[in-house]
Design a protein around this ligand. Sequence first.
Ligand SMILES: [Zn+2]
Length: 284
Amino acid sequence: MDGPIVVRRAAAIVLAATVCGALSTLGPGPPRVRLAVAAGTAPEHGHGPAGAGHGRAGTGGRRAPAPAPAAPRVDCLRAKCVALTFDDGPAESTGRLLDILAAHRVRATFFIVGEQAAKFPDLVRREHEDGHEIADHSYTHADLGRASTKKILSELNRTQEAIRRASGVAPTMLRPPYGSLSKRLTAITTRMGMAQVLWTVDPLDWEHRDTKYVERRVLKAVKPGYIVLMHDIHPTTVEAIPAIIEKLAAEGYSFVTVPELFGGTLTPGKEYVRLDSGDRQGLP
Ligand SMILES: [Zn+2]
């Protein structure tokens, strides 16, 4: 129904780690979420209660942003849900993506690079005002799993501030670049009140700047409860989105933000890869 599938199955499902061209040595298997727990990294002790930092900041005098959804619009334990997520922006092509998402009434989750937020604050604000979730992807696209405490804090605090300045909200989710994690990073995100969001489907759109390729890989790999990783900085990816949305909608999928996928609330420090089938069949 989706046309000829030329992608091998093993390559179609996620297998992260190659995002943005680094850490490309992982083999096939389930989503790899601990690929960069640095050997020899001293575990860091927790420094405070989890759950801090979930407050929304003021709007800074701009027109009021759309209220955050108080509750999921769909029960993803029963419905077929998928979360589209976009990393590394905003960039010029993000405006076009926002037009596409608005036209299809689809909300997504944006993992923003802080230095891009500083360059394109209007796009960050629009992402928020259009009802999308906006989240942290470090300031310089740093490998946080291998970074020192000082470096992690600098990357995260600067990004939080850039996003808050642009949109009025402080993110409560981090996607570590390259999926690079560490105990130190987990301790810091817990303290800062940020969940760590990974992914289940990776079409390698940064490598394959080919709209049809991205479309095919996403459509072949998506299953209910999955998180799809793409990059709004590539126009070739943006142009794949209308067909991805239309075909998944025709299969009965609902498009949700990452918090909605997991019932509305995420636990700081915890890693989220997908809504597991076990969760979908029974109680979480
Ligand atoms: Zn990235």
